[in-house]
Write a protein that binds this ligand. Structure first.
Ligand code: BT5
Length: 291
């Protein structure tokens, strides 16, 4: 027994030996181990045999991508307690100190490539629902990949894929969620669950809730397509019906964020009344800018 006790002590569990009576678990480490996160998990997509936990990685997306290339199955999860080169979109950096939640999941959706942008939205929407469900936070989705609380970014999603012409080989969806992250290690315009609730929260509970919401949304997405999620996703989006500026690599377009179409593209209503379909970019509010 002591061999096993020593092994779990190395993982950070605090165990007290009670003479003639056995051992007592005094404290769980604050780590995203599979048996902690998936304890009582109400789903089938994710399981301990395809859950890879690391203390530190450059980027969970990179590791998940390599595992997917080697044939890792749908529902594989790669999680790290911290990332040294966390990635945002377009070469940007994702601050990933301890206290946050950083993980990537591997999916192998059927169907054509056009469905993929809508999956990043679906993943972000799952985080919105998790924050509402677990902590009653009024979270909003910001097209195409952010989750905001009171206008501040609490989570970002980075989806990457490998594809054959017209067909998806696999998709890696990476989620970075500021859970107990210290405010001083985050950008100014960011927030965390700790900051919003005023308490240190259970990261394992939050990650389990996100995985449950992800499984629920993904199974609906896989069965009936993005169409069946679109209305609720549009409702959860900030900026809908408002004037926004969209920045696509330095090219800026102003208009009203009118809708999200069946492939997850943002529909921008331009000042002349015509509509433009936006596939990627950064959206900012233009409140206060005169027309
Ligand atoms: C994103 O990019 O929001 C996608 C972030 C995805 C991160 C996850 S963590 C697990 C997986 N592994 C990875 O390597 N990545 C994924 P983007 O929309 O480009 O936003 C990046 C911008 O958000 C930065 O330029 C900063 O302004 C801001 N930012 C950086 N770190 C942040 C943080 N921790 N919280 C809030 N905002 C942050």
């Amino acid at each position: 027994v002591w061999k096993y006790i020593n092994k779990i002590k190395e993982d950070g569990y605090e165990i007290e030996a009670c003479p003639n009576r056995g051992y007592r678990l005094r404290r769980h480490p604050d780590k995203l181990f599979s048996h902690e996160v998936l304890e009582g998990f109400a789903g089938e997509l994710f399981s301990g045999d395809k859950y890879y936990h690391y203390e530190q990685l450059p980027s969970t997306n990179n590791t998940a991508y390599s595992l997917a290339e080697e044939g890792a199955p749908e529902g594989a999860v790669v999680v790290a307690e911290e990332q040294t080169s966390g990635k945002g979109r377009m070469g940007r950096r994702w601050e990933s100190p301890r206290g946050g939640i950083y993980f990537s999941i591997i999916l192998r959706p059927s169907g054509d490539i056009e469905r993929i942008p809508s999956f990043a939205l679906t993943a972000g929407y799952s985080v919105v629902k998790s924050l509402e469900k677990a902590f009653s936070l009024d979270a909003r989705l910001k097209w195409p990949n952010d989750v905001l609380v009171k206008g501040r970014k609490i989570c970002g999603v980075l989806s990457e894929m490998k594809a054959q012409p017209g067909m998806v080989d696999f998709l890696v969806a990476g989620i970075g969620l500021n859970a107990n992250t210290a405010a001083e290690s985050l950008p100014e315009e960011a927030t965390s669950v700790k900051q919003e609730t005023g308490n240190d929260i259970s990261r394992c509970f939050l990650m389990r809730t996100v995985l449950e919401c992800l499984e629920d949304s993904y199974s609906r997405f896989a069965k009936n397509g993005f169409r069946c999620l679109r209305d609720e996703i549009v409702k959860s989006c900030s900026f809908m019906g408002e004037r926004v500026c969209v920045d696509r690599g330095g090219v800026k377009t102003e208009g009203v964020a009118a809708d999200i179409d069946e492939h997850g593209a943002l529909i921008l209503e331009l000042p002349g009344g015509s509509r433009e379909r936006i596939l990627s970019g950064d959206v900012k509010s233009c409140r206060g800018v005169s027309s």
